[in-house]
Design a protein around this ligand. Structure first.
Ligand code: HEC
Length: 160
C-alpha cells in the first residue's frame, strides 16, 4: 500500500516536472553574457517595426480626432511618442530627426487635441505627414509616403 502510494506520488511528481519543463520551453538564450546581450540587442524593435506602429497609431489618432473621441486621440499620440523613444534608443542615427518631429509637429498635434479642434488638428496632421515623408526621403526611402488615411485600421469606437 505504502509502496503503491509512493509510486503514485513519484509518477505525479514526474508528470508535473515534465509539464513545467514544457511550459518553460527550451532555453534559447545561450552563450556568454556578452553573446546573450548581443542576441537580446538584435531582437529589439528597430525602425521598421517602430514605423509600422507609427502608421497604425497616427491613423487611429486621425479617426479618433475626426470622430471626436479626443481621449483616444491623446492616448494614441502618447503611445506613438513612446515608441518613437524606443526608435531613438535602438537606432540613434535617427534620434535627432525623431526629436525634431516631436518638437516641431507632434507638439502641434497635441495642442489641437487639447483644444478639441478638428480644424486645427487637420492642419497639424497634414504638416506632420509632410515631415514624416521628408525624413523618409532624407534617409533614402522616398518611396515610403505616408498619406492622410482614408479608412481606419483598428476596430475601435471613434466617437466619444
Ligand atoms: C527619423 C526619420 C523618420 C521620421 C520622422 C519618420 N519616419 Fe517613417 N521611416 C523612417 C525610416 C528610416 C523607415 C524605413 C525603416 C526600415 O529601416 O525598415 C521608415 C518607414 C516607415 C514606414 C514603412 C514601415 C514598413 O516597414 O512597412 C511607415 C508606414 C512609416 N515610416 C510611417 C511614418 C509616419 C506615419 C511618420 C510620421 C508620423 C514617420 N514615418 C516619420 C524614418 C522616419
Amino acid at each position: 500500500m505504502v509502496r503503491k502510494l509512493l509510486a503514485a506520488v513519484v509518477a505525479a511528481g514526474f508528470t508535473l516536472g515534465m509539464a513545467s519543463l514544457a511550459l518553460a520551453g527550451p532555453h534559447w538564450l545561450k552563450g556568454t553574457t556578452q553573446q546573450k546581450f548581443k542576441k537580446l540587442e538584435d531582437i529589439q524593435e528597430a525602425m521598421g517595426s517602430v514605423m509600422m506602429e507609427f502608421n497604425q497609431r497616427m491613423t487611429t489618432m486621425y479617426f479618433a480626432a475626426k470622430g471626436g473621441n479626443w481621449g483616444l486621440a491623446a492616448y494614441q499620440l502618447d503611445e506613438a511618442q513612446e515608441i518613437a523613444e524606443v526608435g531613438e534608443m535602438t537606432r540613434p542615427q535617427f534620434a535627432a530627426d525623431l526629436k525634431v518631429l516631436k518638437s516641431a509637429n507632434l507638439s502641434k498635434v497635441d495642442e489641437a487635441i487639447k483644444l478639441k479642434s478638428f480644424d486645427k488638428f487637420k492642419g497639424a496632421f497634414d504638416d506632420m505627414v509632410v515631415a514624416c515623408n521628408n525624413c523618409h526621403a532624407a534617409h533614402g526611402y522616398p518611396f515610403i509616403q505616408y498619406i492622410r488615411p482614408n479608412k481606419p485600421v483598428e476596430a475601435l469606437k471613434y466617437t466619444p
